[in-house]
Design a protein around this ligand. Structure first.
Ligand code: TEU
Length: 544
C-alpha cells in the first residue's frame, strides 16, 4: 500500500470512551485502545479512526474541545497516544484522528478571551458574535436553529449573541479570521508529526458561513441533517458554501508536507453531486456516503444510491466511501429491525410509544447489509460494536443520558447514547471486560452474550462473519471493477459482479430466490440451494 492506501481501505471507528478502559475508572481510554489493538488486527481492518480524545469540557462526547494539541487526562497522555500509534503501525494499521474545526468548547482559552475582551475586539472576531435584533437587541440575530434543538445563538452578559450550530457549549469559529485558519494548519502539523496518517474532518461542510447582513433564513430545514436541509436550501447560509473549499486547499498543502501525504475524510451530510466536490487532488481524499447509511433495506433505493455513488466518485477519479453506522446514528441491528415506515431518527422518542425493534430480523438484515457494504468498490468505515452485532440501547435510564440532544430537545429526543454503550469483551464481569468496574454508561442485562470472547470461534457469530468477509475482501478489493448483473439484478434482489469473478447477491425481499451456479465464498445465513429472504451471498463464478 503506497500513497493511495486509503482508496480501498476498511477503517474501524473507535469511540475511545466506550471501547476499552485501561485504568479502571469506568471510562475507556487510549491505553485501553492500545491493549485491544490485536482485536482490530485479527478482524482484518486496515486503519483505525479515533473520535476526539482531546481535553474537553464533556458537553458533547469530546466534540467540545478545549485544547486541540493534547489528550484529555481522563483518556491518557500524549505519550499514551504515541504508544497507540506505534502499536497500530507495528500491526500495519494506519491511524486517523478526528479534527473538530467548526467550533471549540466554550471553555477553550480563545472563547474565554473573547468573552473577556468584549464587542468589536480581535478576540471576539475568532468566533461569530453579532448584535441582536429588536429594539434592545433582545432577539437572536437570525432564526437559525441549533442541530441539537433550540436557537443557534446564545446571548452573553454584555448583550451580544454568539453562534453555535451545535450546543451552546460549542461556539462556532469564524473561518474568515486568518488566525483561525493558521491555527488549524498548525494543529494538522502537530498530529502529523506525531505520526497520524490522516484526519476525519468534523462537520466539514459547515465551517464557512454567509454572514452578510441581513442573515438569510433557513427554509423548512428538518434540522437533523444537512441532507434534508440542503434539499430545501440549495444556497444554504451555512452549509456547503463554495468558500469552504479554499480551507481544504490550504489543508491539502499541509497534507503534502508528509510522506506519504496525510489524508482527510469529510464528514459532510451533503448529497452525492455536492459531496464529490470535496474530493480533489488538491482538497480532501474521501467523503462519507451518508445516503447509503440512510437506505432502509430497500433494493431500488440501494440500486439508485450505489449507482449514483460509484459514478460520482468515478467522476473525480476515485472510489466511494461507504458507511453503515457511526456514533451518531441508531445501530443497524435496531434500525433494520424497525417497520419500514418508522424513521430511526424519530424512533428514539421518550414518550414510550416507540415500537420495539425486531432484533432477530434486524440482525439478519445487518449481516446481509455488511456483506453488501464490504463487497462494494472503494473504502468502508465500520463503527466499533458493529462487528459484534450490538443493538441500540433505546431504554437507558434518563439519569445516565449524556447526549446534549437529550437536554436541548427538553427530553423529546433520547439522543445518541444508545449507540455508545461500552463494548463487551467477555461474557461476564462488572462491565463485560470493558473495565474492572461499571462503565460510564450502563450495559443492559445480557450484553455479555455479544462479547468478543463469546463470539470468537463460533462460525455462526457476527464477529466471525466480519472476519471472514474482511479476509475474503482482501482477495478482490484492489480491483475496483463493478457491474450490475443483468440476469439476476431485479426486483428485491440486488446482484452485481465485482472484480473479475465475484458475484454478489442481496435479497432484500421475503421470498427465497434460486442461487446461481458458483462456489459460495461467504453467506449471511446458511444456504440450502436457494438464497432466502433478508440474506446475502458472495459467489465465485467463472470469469466473464
Ligand atoms: O456530527 C455532525 C452532525 O451534523 C450531526 O449532528 C449529525 O447530523 C447527526 O448527529 C446525525 O444524527 C458531528 C459529530 O459526528 C457529532 O458526534 C458531534 O456531536 C457534532 O459533529 C458536533 O461536533
Amino acid at each position: 500500500m503506497g500513497e493511495n492506501w486509503w482508496r480501498t481501505a476498511v477503517v474501524y471507528q473507535v469511540y475511545p470512551r466506550s471501547f476499552a478502559d485501561g485504568d479502571g475508572d469506568g471510562v475507556g481510554d487510549l491505553p485501553g485502545v492500545t491493549s485491544a489493538m490485536d482485536h482490530l488486527a485479527r478482524l482484518g481492518v486496515d486503519a483505525v479512526w479515533l473520535t476526539p480524545y482531546y481535553p474537553s469540557a464533556g458537553a458533547d462526547g469530546g466534540y467540545d474541545v478545549t485544547d486541540h494539541r493534547d489528550v484529555d487526562p481522563e483518556l491518557g497522555t500524549l505519550e499514551d497516544f504515541d504508544r497507540l500509534v506505534a502499536a497500530a503501525h507495528r500491526r500495519g494499521l494506519r491511524v486517523l484522528v478526528d479534527v473538530v474545526p467548526n467550533h471549540t468548547s466554550d471553555q477553550h482559552k480563545w472563547f474565554q478571551q473573547a468573552l473577556a475582551a468584549g464587542p468589536g475586539s480581535p478576540e471576539r472576531d475568532r468566533y461569530v458574535f453579532r448584535d441582536g435584533r429588536g429594539a434592545a437587541g433582545e432577539l437572536p440575530p437570525s432564526g437559525w436553529e441549533s442541530r441539537f434543538g433550540g436557537p443557534a445563538w446564545t446571548r452573553v452578559p454584555d448583550g451580544q449573541w454568539y453562534l453555535h450550530l451545535f450546543a451552546p457549549e460549542q461556539p462556532d469559529l469564524n473561518w474568515d479570521n486568518p488566525q483561525v485558519r493558521a491555527e488549524f494548519l498548525d494543529i494538522l502539523r502537530f498530529w502529523g508529526r506525531r505520526g497520524v496518517d490522516g484526519f476525519r474532518v468534523d462537520v466539514a461542510a459547515a465551517l464557512v458561513k454567509d454572514l452578510r447582513e441581513p442573515l438569510r433564513p433557513v427554509v423548512g430545514g428538518e434540522g437533523s441533517s444537512g441532507l434534508d436541509d440542503l434539499a430545501a436550501n440549495p444556497d444554504h447560509p451555512f452549509l456547503d458554501r463554495p468558500e469552504v473549499h479554499e480551507v481544504y486547499r490550504e489543508w491539502n498543502r499541509v497534507f503534502h508536507e508528509f510522506d506519504p501525504p496525510l489524508i482527510g475524510v469529510a464528514e459532510a451530510w451533503v448529497p452525492g453531486e455536492r459531496r464529490v466536490r470535496y474530493i480533489r487532488p488538491d482538497e480532501l481524499q474521501q467523503a462519507f456516503n451518508f445516503e447509503f447509511l440512510r437506505v432502509r433495506w430497500h433494493a431500488a433505493e440501494y440500486r439508485r444510491v450505489i449507482t449514483e455513488s460509484i459514478s460520482s466518485a468515478a467522476s473525480v477519479g476515485t472510489a466511494a466511501t461507504w458507511v453503515l453506522s457511526n456514533h451518531d446514528v441508531v445501530r443497524p441491528v435496531s434500525s433494520l429491525g424497525l417497520p419500514a415506515e418508522v424513521d430511526p431518527r424519530v424512533w428514539l422518542r421518550s414518550d414510550g410509544t416507540d415500537p420495539p425493534a425486531d432484533l432477530r430480523l434486524g440482525t439478519r438484515r445487518a449481516r446481509a447489509a455488511v456483506l453488501l457494504e464490504l463487497a462494494l468498490p472503494g473504502s468502508a468505515y465500520l463503527y466499533q460494536g458493529e462487528e459484534l452485532g450490538l443493538p441500540e440501547v433505546p431504554d437507558l435510564d434518563h439519569r445516565v443520558l449524556r447526549d446534549p440532544k437529550w437536554t436541548r430537545s427538553h427530553g423529546k429526543e433520547k439522543g445518541r447514547d444508545g449507540c455508545r454503550v461500552p463494548m463487551p469483551w467477555t461474557p461476564t464481569g462488572p462491565s463485560c471486560g470493558f473495565s474492572t468496574r461499571t462503565g460510564w454508561l450502563p450495559q443492559p442485562p445480557g450484553w455479555g452474550r455479544y462479547s468478543v470472547r463469546t463470539q470468537e470461534g463460533d462460525p455462526t457469530s457476527v464477529l466471525e462473519l466480519y472476519r471472514t468477509a474482511l479476509r475474503l475482501r482482501r482477495g478482490f478489493a484492489a480491483d475496483e471493477a463493478f457491474a450490475w448483473d443483468e440476469r439476476h439484478d431485479r426486483g428485491d434482489v440486488l446482484a452485481f459482479r465485482r472484480a473479475r469473478d465475484v458475484l454478489v447477491l442481496v435479497n432484500t425481499g421475503p421470498q427465497p430466490v434460486a442461487l446461481p451456479d458458483g462456489e459460495v465464498l461467504v453467506s449471511s445465513v446458511p444456504l440450502d440451494g436457494a438464497l432466502p429472504g433478508d440474506a446475502a451471498v458472495w459467489l465465485r463464478v467463472t470469469r466473464g
